[in-house]
Design a protein around this ligand. Structure first.
Ligand code: ATP
Ligand code: MG
Length: 327
C-alpha cells in the first residue's frame, strides 16, 4: 500500500538554524499517526511543510502521491490542517465561521447548509450553531476548528496539538471523535509532547527531537524496540505447609534455570505478594515458562505482563540525543 504521507530527506532551516534534519517519514493510509516530541523538536515545521504553508529548504514530501513542491493545489485538496492556535474571529457565529471557510474551500453554496449542519453534529456543537465563536470554551473552539478542517472532505487530517489545554473529559471526547474519523476512512496525523496521551489512540507513532526522527512505526513494534525486555508479574498460592516466602523461593529457583529469564525478584511484602520476572522471550516462550511452573507443582494464580511506563520509554529514547546531528 502506498503511503499517504512520505517525506524524503526533508530538511528545513530558519536562517542558519536547522529545524528539520533529513526527515524520512511514512504514514500508511488509514493510520492514526502520533507525532511526538518536546518543544522545538520540529513537529509544527513538518506539519506546515506537509500542508504547503512552508517550503522546505531541502528534500521532498508527498501527500497522497502529490509533491508539496510541485502540486500544491492537489496537496491542499487532500489535507485538512488544524493549527496549534485558534485565530481571533470577532462577531461571528459558529455557523458563519464554517460558512466563511466553506466559501474559501469552494463548497457549492447549495451544499453548505447541510454540510455545516452535519459537521457541527459530528463535533457535537449542533447546539452552539448560533453562538459567538469567541464565546466558546477552548475545547469547543478546538472542535469547531476540527470541523473546519473537514469542510472539503480531505483524506488526511493534520492536527497540531489538538489535546493541549483540554480537560480530561474533553480529551476522552477527542479520542472518540478521532476514532469516528478513522472509521470514516480518514488518515490522521496528530502531534503532542506527551507519549501516553497519544499511544492509546494511535496506530503508529513517530518520535522526533532536535529535527531528527528517532523512531517511527506501528505502536506495538516501536514499544517493543524501545523496551529491550518485558516483565511478568506472578502471584502464587503457597502449599498448605508453606509460607509465602518459601513458595517464592521454590518458584525463583525453578524460574532462574529457564531460558529467556533475565532476573527474578521477590516482593513478598507487596499486596498481594508477587514475583517479577524480567524476560526477553516471545509469547510462545512466555507460555512455556508458565507451563513449566505449573508442571513443577507451583500454584500460579496470576501471570500478567507489566505495562511499562510509556513516559519512561520516551525519556529513554529522547535522552542524550537532544539536538544531536542538527548542526
Ligand atoms: N518562524 C520561525 N523562525 C525561526 N525559527 C523558527 C520558526 N519556527 C520555528 N522555529 C524554530 O524551529 C525549531 C522547531 O520548531 P517547531 O515549531 O517546528 O517545533 P515544535 O516541535 O512544533 O515545538 P512545540 O512543541 O513547542 O510546538 C525550534 O527551534 C524553533 O525555535
Ligand atoms: Mg509546535
Amino acid at each position: 500500500m502506498t503511503a499517504i504521507v512520505a517525506t524524503k530527506g526533508l530538511c528545513h532551516s530558519y536562517g542558519g538554524m536547522v529545524a528539520l534534519n533529513q526527515l524520512d517519514l511514512e504514514i500508511p493510509p488509514g493510520a492514526v499517526y502520533g507525532f511526538i516530541g518536546p518543544n522545538g523538536a520540529g513537529k509544527t515545521t513538518t506539519m506546515r511543510i506537509l500542508t504547503t504553508l512552508l517550503r522546505p529548504t531541502q528534500g521532498e514530501a508527498f501527500v497522497a502521491g502529490h509533491s508539496v513542491l510541485k502540486e500544491r493545489a492537489a496537496v491542499r485538496r487532500q489535507v485538512g490542517f488544524m493549527p496549534d492556535f485558534f485565530g481571533v474571529y470577532d462577531n461571528m457565529t459558529a455557523y458563519e465561521y464554517l460558512e466563511f471557510f466553506a466559501g474559501a474551500y469552494q463548497v457549492a453554496p447549495e451544499r453548505r447548509a447541510r454540510l455545516i449542519g452535519d459537521l457541527l453534529a459530528l463535533v457535537d456543537l449542533g447546539h452552539k450553531k448560533d453562538a459567538d465563536v469567541m464565546g466558546l470554551s477552548r475545547g469547543m473552539k478546538q472542535r469547531l476548528s476540527l470541523a473546519r478542517t473537514m469542510l472539503h472532505d480531505p483524506a488526511l487530517l493534520i492536527l497540531d496539538e489538538p489535546a493541549s489545554g483540554l480537560d480530561p473529559r474533553a480529551r476522552v471526547e477527542l479520542r472518540e471523535l478521532l476514532k469516528e474519523l478513522r472509521s470514516m476512512g480518514k488518515t490522521i496525523m496528530i502531534s503532542s509532547h506527551i507519549l501516553t496521551e497519544l499511544a492509546e489512540m494511535c496506530t503508529h507513532i513517530g518520535i522526533i527531537e532536535g529535527g531528527n526522527l528517532l523512531a517511527s512505526g506501528d505502536v506495538a513494534s516501536i514499544l517493543r524496540s524501545l523496551q529491550p525486555h518485558r516483565s511478568f508479574e506472578l502471584h502464587l498460592l503457597p502449599a498448605e505447609d508453606q509460607t509465602m516466602a518459601e513458595a517464592h523461593a521454590v518458584a525463583m529457583a525453578l524460574l532462574s534455570t529457564q531460558p529467556h529469564v533475565l532476573e527474578v525478584r521477590s516482593l513478598p511484602d507487596d499486596a498481594p505478594p508477587q514475583l517479577v520476572v524480567d524476560f526477553d522471550g516471545d509469547d510462545r516462550a512466555a507460555s512455556q515458562l508458565l507451563a513449566h511452573l505449573i508442571q513443577g507443582g507451583i500454584a500460579v494464580t496470576h501471570f500478567a505482563g507489566q505495562i511499562n511506563d510509556l513516559e519512561d520509554v520516551f525519556m529513554r529514547v529522547t535522552e542524550g540525543s537532544a539536538y544531536g546531528g542538527t548542526t
